[in-house]
Design a protein around this ligand. Structure first.
Ligand code: C2E
Ligand code: MG
Ligand code: MG
Length: 678
């Protein structure tokens, strides 16, 4: 903070020095004279300069040093020298700023900048154009036109640079940003406008009534420049929110990176995704969604400095660049502040809407050296934040599914599918009342040649993000149905549950694949159950509904897995063609020790009953949990107390070894796992 405070002081000092220098130069120039206040020319020019300044000050955007007033000021410089030109422009600028009520600081600094620019142009005139800085150019020769063009350019260049410098110092913005207009459409307009200065002077020599006629073409040129500026603005801004779009955001990142390299600073890039925007859009309509989005930008900007950039990257995703940071601790603090701001409800049409957000953060140079890398990694971090149900995550290489280690794993995984390294384990599910094993859940394992047995949590997310999940799902379904068929031939009519990922559920092709597989393995559709999580469905509820309804129509049974961990809309749940709710194991494991978890389990069982769904408790680890669930009239149990997931053969052996294998009595028959251990 102390360092920031010092920077602000030195910035203020810089502006003060520049302003005082400008005003002293102005005073000395006017004092040195000559200024002929009785000259009608001075008054005509003065009025035109004033008109230009008023037009400029009332324009919606600040338009640097290129405008009608500066053309007449330049013409006056050529005609009567710096003292008259400086006096006219300074007076006009002060009056215009007073009329329009711009800030006093800005008015005072503008006068200083104008004066310095005119004096620099006057000096150039003396050196190049055979004129005098005090009295102007007597007579135009065609040969001196390039020199006069040089005078105009110096005027514009000094004016725009000093203006940019003041802006940068006052608003803590990058220094080069102020010079940007000098290279765009403005430069062409500036040259066109400045070329008129000698014409104004020649016309004035014929009659003082002629220069005012030039105001109209000047305004026309300016308007054209304003229109192209507006078009440029449109191409780089989002129409709905008015914020910079992705293209401009990348450009700002480039600028910030260049500046940070020079000054050995850091920059932070954030990707922000609203958590519940989709629900707002789906339930209240796009109109409300749009109004909500329009409020997000100002709220984010309210937590940031003027030099920071907020952009809309698309949909409900926003981007932020914090340039020139001194340490890596600022970014998490800002992210926390942004989250607090977004946690406050938004008011749209009198409705209070809670959305919340997830933020991913990356730092230059630590996490990437170019905009693409920084953005992509901020995206990865945001995705992780989302999976943790909100908050912010600062990118970490070891957690990135795309980092080098993970990439090697991806190559291995591709090979694993082709070379048969995947295998299925099966975990039995039992009827809580009778203890009868009624079915199994197929759980995927990867037998890695070097690393041994890998659990699904360590490779399924990678497969999901790369598209490998599709061939994997087909392999799992084929294998699970083949096993169901085998068990059926051995007289074991077990239902088979298979887990599906987001991509599988949103892919219509899976319905045809499933029909083929059921036919191939001669498995009745009702024996196959597909498990999907709440978040899988809520990812795109309409599409999920379409696919799930088709699967239901084929006679398959559907279950909602890990119930209670995601955000789901009860309205949707009611309409979904599901037949089973699986209470997430985290609640079941904790229910015997934590009253609030017990309450969740109890009310989920009630909810499922009311919706006419079968309810399964996952993660039953103890006899106590088993008995409690039985007392709560939960239908089915699955968990380590009965058995962990084991290879098919172990489960078969256990089933055959017991006299009544299908009737598992808690604490009596041992577990299929004991077969594996033997
Ligand atoms: P899930 O579908 O919720 O599977 C239940 C997970 O809980 C399994 O972990 C199982 O081993 C574990 N579990 C079962 N009983 C207990 C218990 O009493 N205590 C504890 N602490 N854990 C228990 P696993 O096999 O590591 O699978 C993790 C997740 O990976 C699964 O969660 C599922 O979402 C996903 N998964 C597994 N196989 C596949 C697959 O073939 N395709 C897809 N898309 N996902 C799969
Ligand atoms: Mg499951
Ligand atoms: Mg589960």
């Amino acid at each position: 903070m102390a360092v920031r405070g010092r920077r602000r002081w030195s910035a203020c000092l810089g502006v003060a020095v520049l302003t005082v220098a400008g005003w002293i130069a102005l005073g000395l120039t006017v004092h040195r004279g000559p200024v002929d206040l009785g000259s009608p020319g001075l008054w005509v020019y003065g009025s035109l300069v004033l008109l230009g300044e008023v037009l400029l000050a009332s324009a919606p955007t600040h338009q640097s040093a290129i405008n009608t007033s500066t053309v007449f000021a330049l013409a006056l410089l050529l005609r009567a020298g710096a003292p008259s030109a400086v006096l006219a422009l300074a007076t006009a600028s002060l009056i215009a700023n007073f009329v329009i009520r711009r800030s006093l600081v800005r008015a005072v600094t503008t006068v200083a900048v104008y004066s310095l620019a005119l004096i620099a142009a006057g000096a150039t005139m003396q050196v190049l154009a055979h004129g005098s800085v005090w009295t102007g150019v007597d007579r135009f020769r065609v040969g001196s036109l390039p020199a006069i063009a040089g005078v105009g350019l110096i005027f514009v260049f000094v004016g725009v640079s000093l203006d940019g410098l003041v802006d940068a110092l006052l608003h803590d913005a990058p220094m080069l940003a102020g010079l940007q207009p000098f290279f765009g459409v403005e430069a062409i307009a500036a040259i066109a406008v400045m070329a008129l200065a000698p014409v104004v002077d020649v016309a004035a020599k014929t009659s003082l009534a002629l220069p005012p006629l030039l105001v109209l073409p000047l305004i026309a040129v300016q308007r054209t420049a304003a229109v192209s500026r507006a078009k440029e603005h449109q191409a780089l801004h989002d129409v709905l929110t008015g914020l910079p779009n992705r293209a401009l955001f990348r450009d700002r990142m480039h600028q910030a990176i260049a500046e940070a390299r020079r000054s050995h600073r850091l920059i932070a890039v954030m990707v922000i995704d609203l958590d519940h925007f989709k629900e707002v859009n789906d339930t209240l309509g796009h109109h409300v969604g749009d109004l909500l989005l329009a409020q997000v930008g100002p709220r984010l900007a309210g937590c940031l400095r003027e030099s920071d950039t907020v952009a809309r990257l698309g949909g409900d995703e926003f981007g932020i660049v914090l340039p020139a940071l001194l340490d890596s601790e600022t970014a998490p603090k800002v992210a926390a502040k942004l989250l607090r701001a977004l946690d406050q409800p938004f008011m749209v049409h009198g409705l209070e809407l809670d959305v919340g957000a997830s933020i991913g953060v990356t730092l230059f140079p630590e996490h990437g050296e170019d905009p693409d890398a920084l953005l992509q990694r901020a995206d990865v971090a945001m995705y992780q934040a989302k999976q943790q149900t909100g908050g912010f995550v600062v990118y970490a290489l070891d957690r990135d599914p795309h980092s080098v280690g993970r990439l090697a794993m991806l190559t291995d995984l591709r090979r694993a599918v082709e070379e048969g390294q995947l295998t299925l384990f099966y975990q039995p599910k039992a009827d809580l009342r009778t203890g009868q094993v009624i079915g199994v859940e197929a759980l995927l394992r990867w037998r890695h040649p070097q690393r041994g047995l890998i659990q699904p949590g360590d490779f399924i997310p990678l497969a999901e993000r790369t598209g490998l999940i599709q061939p994997i799902a087909l392999w799992v379904l084929n294998e699970a149905l083949a096993q169901t068929n085998l068990w059926r031939h051995e007289g074991l009519a077990l239902s088979m549950a298979v887990n599906l990922s987001v991509r599988n559920v949103h892919d219509f092709a899976i319905t045809e694949d499933l029909a083929t597989l059921l036919e191939r393995w001669e498995v009745p559709a009702h024996l196959l159950q597909l498990e999907v999580t709440e978040s899988t469905i809520m990812h795109d509820p309409a599409n999920a509904m379409a696919v799930l309804t088709t699967l239901d129509g084929m006679g398959l049974r559907l279950a909602i897995d890990d119930f209670g961990t995601g955000y789901s809309s009860l309205a949707y749940l009611k309409r979904l063609p599901v037949s089973e709710l699986k209470i997430d194991k985290s609640f079941v494991i904790a229910m015997t020790t934590d009253e609030s978890d017990a309450v969740i389990v109890r009310s989920t069982i009630e909810l499922a009953r009311n919706l006419g769904l079968r309810v399964v408790a996952e993660g039953v680890e103890t006899a106590e949990a088993w008995n409690q669930l039985n007392a709560l009239r939960c239908d089915v149990a699955q968990g380590f107390y009965l058995s962990p997931a084991v290879p098919a053969q172990a489960l078969t052996d256990w089933m055959h070894r017991e006299r009544r294998p299908e009737l598992w009595l808690p604490g009596r028959n041992g577990s299929p796992a004991s077969v594996v251990e033997e």
